[in-house]
Design a protein around this ligand. Structure first.
Ligand SMILES: [Zn+2]
Length: 218
């Protein structure tokens, strides 16, 4: 995770600003608790946008090894702004599903498992939307297969269904330990939307260009 989020920059003098995204020079300021004690929190102020980002310093050196002025020099982890590392929702994702998807993006950093459970809910809603009726997610995916759901979308649906199941047995995949796996579920849901909604819309639009009388009744 630390490679994509909360990037440890070790107080580099310039990096991509978490606020504006520009590669810019940064000024570091340690937060002072009182006259001679520093909190393990530091601000980096961006030269480009002048906005501060807040970092917590995970200092594991003993106090005696700290510099004389008590400043903490440990590896900083970004705590504000919260970075959303999960991909954005597909344009054609239905609005009520997008709400859950956005919530999954928000909680992902703190609980990949909670995010996966929300994505499972997204799949459930998507199945309902495609079939036009509610039902059990397992059965619905089966029904969609019978209806000719592309197998790629089926794999996407089924992976999210399984990994987003909170009742997964202990000892199987723990998404909190493997956030990379949970992160792929976002892409899978987007892929399912592209296959099941976007592709269908495009096909409909092309079909609308052909004369009705010449069409086969498919
Ligand atoms: Zn900036």
């Amino acid at each position: 995770m630390s490679k994509i989020d909360g990037t440890p920059v070790c107080r580099k003098e310039s990096f991509n600003c978490p606020r504006c995204g520009a590669f810019a020079g940064m000024k570091w300021n340690d937060l002072l608790l009182n006259g001679d004690e520093y909190a393990s929190i530091a601000l980096s102020i961006c030269d480009a946008c002048k906005d501060p980002s807040v970092w917590i310093t995970d200092e594991d050196r003993p106090m005696s090894a700290l510099p004389m002025d008590g400043r903490l020099g440990g590896r900083p982890t970004l705590i504000f702004p919260l970075k959303c590392v999960a991909p954005e929702a597909e344009h054609d994702m239905p609005a009520d599903i997008k709400v859950d998807y956005e919530e999954a993006r928000l909680v992902f950093t703190h609980s990949p498992r909670a995010a996966a459970a929300l994505l499972r809910l997204c799949v459930q809603k998507l199945c309902q939307e495609l079939l036009g009726k509610p039902g059990k997610i397992h059965d619905q995916i089966g029904e969609l297969v019978e209806k000719g759901l592309p197998s790629r979308a089926l794999i996407a649906f089924d992976t999210i269904r399984i990994l987003g199941n909170e009742s997964l047995h202990p000892g199987t995949v723990n998404l909190n330990d493997t956030p990379e796996v949970a992160l792929t579920l976002f892409s899978l849901l987007n892929m399912a939307v592209r296959h099941c909604i976007t592709a269908e819309k495009e096909l409909e639009a092309i079909r609308a260009l052909t004369p009705v009388t010449k069409r086969r009744d498919i």
